[in-house]
Ligand binder design. Structure first.
Ligand code: TYD
Length: 218
């Protein structure tokens, strides 16, 4: 079965980018604006977002970088996503909410495939067979990994497994996210993460409004 588009009644927005790009801050600022406009905004994140997926998150973000092979990691991220989509995302979309998800399948494409070497065909096949839900809009926060490194907070929480793969890994991730945006311009917009959060939130809201109107008209 092909991945579903926007046949669920809500709006599914994902935020992507390298570690430390500022996705979580933007997610909160955008959710506030949507709520002020009278919409139900559900803020969530990956890996995690449902109790079962949060349990799997700990296996993924803590511990040694070489704890899992790329393939095992891909299966764990997909398992966490399956639970999150089933328990939280689909029910929220079905009642018409805007779901803002901090990371989703493009992170798996960038980190597990380009970063860690899992086959992209395996990422896409698992997504198409097990998840079957694509974002309506993806905002990619673009930032020089050297700047992003100064903003990383994972170590303080013991959640720095991916940050410890190093600077070259983060540089490849940045290129991977830009390539994803380039290949799917209808779904993705790139935002310059150097901008102040207020300006980013306005740009994100404008992108949401444009896509929302486009979907309503079709
Ligand atoms: P996150 O909590 O978003 O970290 P950050 O706040 O640093 O951006 O995600 C934790 C880590 O998990 C992050 O380094 C990216 C990684 N990740 C993957 O490798 N694959 C995935 O599919 C997802 C969702 C995250």
């Amino acid at each position: 079965m092909p991945a579903e588009g926007a046949d669920h009644g809500g709006f599914f927005l994902t935020l992507e980018g390298v570690d430390g790009a500022g996705k979580s801050t933007l997610a909160r600022a955008l959710a506030e604006r949507l709520r002020a406009a009278g919409l139900e905004a559900v803020l969530t994140r990956e890996p995690g977002g449902s109790p079962g997926a949060e349990d799997i998150r700990r296996l993924l973000v803590e511990g040694d970088p070489d704890r899992w092979s790329a393939g095992t990691e891909l299966l764990l991220f997909t398992a966490a996503r399956a639970d999150h989509v089933e328990k939280l995302i689909r029910p929220a979309l079905a009642r018409g909410a805007v779901v803002i998800c901090d990371r989703y399948v493009d992170s798996t494409r960038a980190y597990q495939s380009v970063g860690r070497g899992a086959a992209l065909a395996d990422v896409d096949a698992l997504h198409d067979r097990m998840i079957r839900l694509d974002p309506d809009l993806t905002l990619i926060l673009d930032l020089d990994p050297e700047v992003a490194e100064t903003r990383q907070t994972g170590a303080a929480k013991g959640e720095d497994r991916f940050e410890r793969f190093g600077a070259d890994f983060q540089a490849r991730l940045r290129e991977a996210f830009l390539a994803i945006a380039d290949a799917d311009r209808d779904r993705c917009a790139v935002l310059d993460a150097n901008a102040p959060v207020e300006a980013l939130a306005e740009a994100a809201l404008a992108a949401f409004n444009a896509k929302h109107s486009e979907m309503a008209a079709s």
